[in-house]
Design a protein around this ligand. Structure first.
Ligand SMILES: [Zn+2]
Ligand SMILES: [Zn+2]
Length: 343
């Protein structure tokens, strides 16, 4: 079994050596790299390797520890994430309140857990994903655990925006960098491991931009590809319309954001991909575009808006994502973005 991961050889090398030698094992790691490239998957393998009781290469994938961790049921391996649980009687479960951050109450629960000896693991592993979602209060509280980590605890902080983490937090972690997989690696993995047919493997590997996790999700979930088509249609329609359509669209997106912020963030990623494609096409690099199934529209946007228009749109999209992160009014932030788009 061993690690059985596509790519990330360097990261795994470092972690394997730490598993074999306690002197090299850090109490805290920062897994830094883009979304959906496999950071959390590697974190779970690391937890398995640290706790495997099988013979031979670790993780064996078959012992009790390995199995429980793979099923996310191990009592000593926890992921703390947005919408997780806490011990406060008034809240308890944040999955129902459209939570956008990791709260101090969740950190307190964690601190209570790590203050006791593990139930059965050799090493308790706590994965914080995404670590950049810790509120300021929460990360201050978490810092105490980082400063005086209990024995038998390994903390793994997962982030795609390490600049958003306080320096005090970052400096206490061993940083492990994660990059995307190559198009060829994703294509092969889609065919050989996930049973995709050749045509779909090519298409997904092209659209995945190094994110194997995205390709795997999209393979199982036709909905993700349909959603993308729908957003692309909306983009094309909206650019033809006037300010009024833009305001209406912003309001609809703002409402949707209150209910399901992840869906809106996914749409904004599709928008960014689209404008990157327009930029590439306008720069004569059409063959690098992801939306190669919509070349006609791409070409027409490229000639209409040019490089300057595409750059302006990309900037508006970066700004809106930042404003949303800072908890600005979503409708206002989205209106500003839509009005900034070229016309
Ligand atoms: Zn095992
Ligand atoms: Zn709470």
């Amino acid at each position: 079994m061993t690690w059985d991961i596509v790519g990330h050889e360097k990261a795994i090398d470092v972690l394997k050596r730490a598993v074999g030698d306690e002197q090299r094992l850090s109490h805290a790691y920062l897994f830094a790299g883009p979304e959906q490239v496999g950071r959390a998957t590697v974190a779970r393998k690391f937890a398995q390797a640290l706790n495997c009781t099988g013979e031979g290469d670790r993780p064996c994938g078959e012992c009790r520890g390995c199995r429980l961790i793979a099923e996310e049921k191990h009592p000593d391996v926890e992921t703390m994430s947005i919408g997780g649980v806490c011990d406060e009687s008034e809240h308890k479960d944040h999955s129902k309140d459209n939570s956008q951050d990791i709260r101090i109450c969740q950190v307190r629960r964690l601190q209570h857990i790590v203050s006791r000896a593990p139930f059965e693991a050799r090493m308790r592993v706590i994965i914080v994903d995404p670590a950049d979602a810790l509120t300021t209060e929460a990360s201050n509280a978490f810092l105490k655990t980082l400063e005086e980590p209990p024995d038998n605890v390994v903390l793994v902080l997962v982030t795609s925006r390490e600049e958003a983490l306080p320096e005090t937090v970052r400096s206490r972690c061993r940083r492990i960098a994660f990059g995307g997989a190559s198009r060829a690696e994703i294509e092969t993995a889609m065919r050989e491991r996930w049973g995709a047919d050749a045509e779909k493997a090519v298409k997904l590997s092209r659209m995945a931009q190094g994110r194997l996790g995205w390709a795997v999700d999209a393979l199982d979930n036709e909905q993700a590809l349909d959603d993308r088509e729908e957003v692309l249609d909306e983009i094309a329609g909206l650019l033809k319309g006037g300010d009024r359509e833009r305001f209406e669209y912003a309001r609809a997106l703002g409402d949707r954001y209150q209910r399901n912020n992840k869906a809106v963030r996914d749409s904004l990623n599709v928008w960014s991909d689209w404008w990157r494609d327009v930029l590439l096409t306008a720069s004569g690099e059409e063959e690098l575009a992801l939306a190669n199934d919509r070349l006609d529209t791409l070409r027409s946007h490229a000639s209409q808006y040019g490089i300057a228009g595409a750059v302006r749109a990309l900037r508006a999209l970066t700004d809106v994502q930042q404003h949303l992160d800072e908890h600005a009014s979503p409708t206002l932030a989205l209106e500003v973005m839509l009005l900034e788009l070229p016309r």
